[in-house]
Structures are given as structure tokens and as C-alpha cells.
Design a protein around this ligand. Structure first.
Ligand SMILES: NC(=O)c1ccc[n+]([C@@H]2O[C@H](COP(=O)([O-])OP(=O)(O)OC[C@H]3O[C@@H](n4cnc5c(N)ncnc54)[C@H](OP(=O)(O)O)[C@@H]3O)[C@@H](O)[C@H]2O)c1
Length: 253
């Protein structure tokens, strides 16, 4: 019997790579990211450890042609069972001081690519009435922060889109589920690429491993949870920020 397939974007490092490692015992994998060498070496390792089929697609999801190739691939995968929409990057700085090309790049990756890949995946999943999509948002989805306007708003948008699709699926009586995964500070290449010093960003207890984030997401998938916020401290942050009035939220953040 053919194994179910999990497609993971941003699988070349961090949270995406942790998803690949955790899902490999149960799924065949389709790994997507720009860095082909990293994907090749992860795929070779997972094939030899788990004797599974692992395909890679080296693609820049911010590029129209390459995004379309990934979309087409998902549409052709009849055994697709899970999409992990995870590829992303960070930006820091006041909105007007940020390079407009970088802002566009983030909108294309966090919004356009995430929506289009989810659209392609749901065509397959809803027709088969099984499977799930995990959209990797952030705790930043719950609150605006100075110096983080574009990043935070793309993650709020992704969380809101996930909520809306959850309602569409409920109304359609579908067994397919969607999850907005909202991690806080996670050890990965994310902050290295921003040139940030982790010690200055948050105390050690606020940093989670990518494996812990993925474990929380997979436990949430088993329960059909719409929102997953890994870590008790971030659960408190999210609960407070979603319950207080907007004026108080703006003061708190
Ligand atoms: N780390 C945190 O503290 C944190 C907290 C909350 C949410 N998140 C979210 O978690 C997700 C994963 O981030 P991470 O922490 O694991 O960071 P990471 O280690 O930097 O991983 C980011 C992944 O995205 C891929 N990627 C970036 N741009 C891409 C593009 N244009 N096309 C295709 N793939 C692209 C990267 O691969 P290539 O460079 O090979 O393309 C890499 O595999 C992101 O959506 C991020 O916003 C992270």
C-alpha cells in the first residue's frame, strides 16, 4: 500500500527540518526549499534511516514560475495527506525604513505562496476527505510590535486565513483539518539570518527547540486543534493578548 505523503516547505533547516525528521516514520516526504544541497543531504539521511520515499524540490517560493511548479506537483500527488506551510524569514526595522523589495518578498512568501500551496493541497485533500494543513504562523500573529509590522501582519493574516478555511471546512462537513501553529522564540537559523544575538532577545527559558514546537503541532493535529501555541509561557502570552481590549494590548506590547 502507498504511504501517505507529507509536503514540507522550508525543510532545509529549523522547524521545517524538524517536521521532516518527526514525520519520516509515518509519511513519504516531499521537501521544498531553495538550498538543494541541504535538502539532498536530509533526504539521503531520512531514506537510509526509515526506508521511505523522499523527493526534493529546490524552489524559491517567491518566484512565480518556481511556485507554480510546486503547486502543480501538489495537485498531482493523489496520496498527499499533509502540507506543512512553513517557509519564512524575519525582517526588523520601522516599516518605512525597510527595503520595499524585501517587504514584497515577504508578502510573496508568507502570503501568496502560503495561500496558493494551501489552495492546491486542499483541492486534493478535500476531494479525498482526509488530511491536514499546518500553517506556521507565530505568536507575533497575536500582537503588533514596533519594528515588526510587516512580519507580524503577515503572520496575523495567515492565522486569520487558517481560521476562515477552518470554517469553510466545517460548513462543508469535511474531515480535513487546518492548524495555525504559533511558536514563540525558536532555535533555528531564523535569528542568525537577522544577525540577532539570542541572549539579548529573550532569556534562555523563552527559547524552544524546533523539535518541541513540532511535537506540540503533531499533538494538536491528533486533536484537530485550530490554534497551537507551543510552551506554557507563550500560551499565557497568547491568552492575555487575545483577551485584553485593544488599547491595553497596544500598551502591553
Ligand atoms: N525561529 C523562530 O523564533 C520563529 C518563531 C515563530 C515563527 N517562526 C516561523 O517558522 C517558520 C520556519 O522558520 P525557522 O525558525 O525554522 O527558520 P529557518 O531555520 O531560517 O528556516 C526557514 C526555512 O524557510 C526556507 N525559505 C526561506 N525563504 C524561502 C523561499 N523564498 N523559498 C523557499 N523556501 C524558503 C529556508 O530554506 P532556504 O533558505 O533553503 O530556501 C528554510 O528552510 C517561518 O515561517 C518563521 O516565520 C519562527
Amino acid at each position: 500500500m502507498q504511504r501517505p505523503l507529507a509536503a514540507i516547505t522550508g525543510a532545509s533547516s529549523g522547524i521545517g527540518m524538524a517536521f521532516a525528521r518527526k514525520l519520516a516514520p509515518r509519511y513519504d516526504l516531499l521537501l521544498v526549499a531553495r538550498r538543494e544541497a541541504e535538502l539532498q543531504s536530509l533526504a539521503a539521511d531520512l531514506r537510509s534511516r526509515h526506508r521511505i520515499a523522499v523527493d526534493i524540490l529546490a524552489a524559491d517560493l517567491g518566484d512565480e514560475m518556481q511556485l507554480r511548479q510546486v503547486e502543480d506537483r501538489l495537485l498531482r500527488e493523489s496520496n498527499l495527506a499533509l502540507l506543512i506551510n512553513n517557509a519564512g524569514f524575519g525582517l526588523r526595522g520601522a516599516f518605512w525604513q525597510t527595503d520595499i523589495a524585501l517587504i514584497e518578498k515577504m508578502l510573496r512568501l508568507h502570503c501568496t505562496a502560503a495561500a496558493r500551496l494551501m489552495h492546491a493541497a486542499l483541492r486534493v485533500l478535500v476531494a479525498q476527505n482526509r488530511g491536514a494543513v499546518v500553517n506556521v504562523a507565530s505568536v507575533a500573529a497575536f500582537a503588533p510590535r514596533a519594528g515588526n509590522a510587516i512580519y507580524g501582519s503577515t503572520k496575523s493574516w495567515l492565522a486569520a486565513l487558517t481560521e476562515g478555511i477552518h470554517l469553510d471546512l466545517k460548513r462543508a462537513g469535511s474531515a480535513v483539518t487546518v492548524q495555525a501553529l504559533c511558536p514563540g522564540f525558536t532555535l533555528s537559523q531564523f535569528h542568525d539570518l537577522l544577525g540577532e544575538d539570542r541572549r539579548r532577545l529573550a532569556p534562555p527559558f523563552m527559547w524552544m527547540t524546533a523539535e518541541r514546537v513540532v511535537d506540540a503541532s503533531l499533538a494538536g493535529l491528533d486533536k484537530g486543534a485550530l490554534y497551537v501555541v507551543p510552551g506554557w509561557h507563550y500560551k499565557i502570552v497568547a491568552a492575555v493578548l487575545t483577551k485584553v481590549p485593544r488599547w491595553l494590548k497596544l500598551r502591553l506590547v
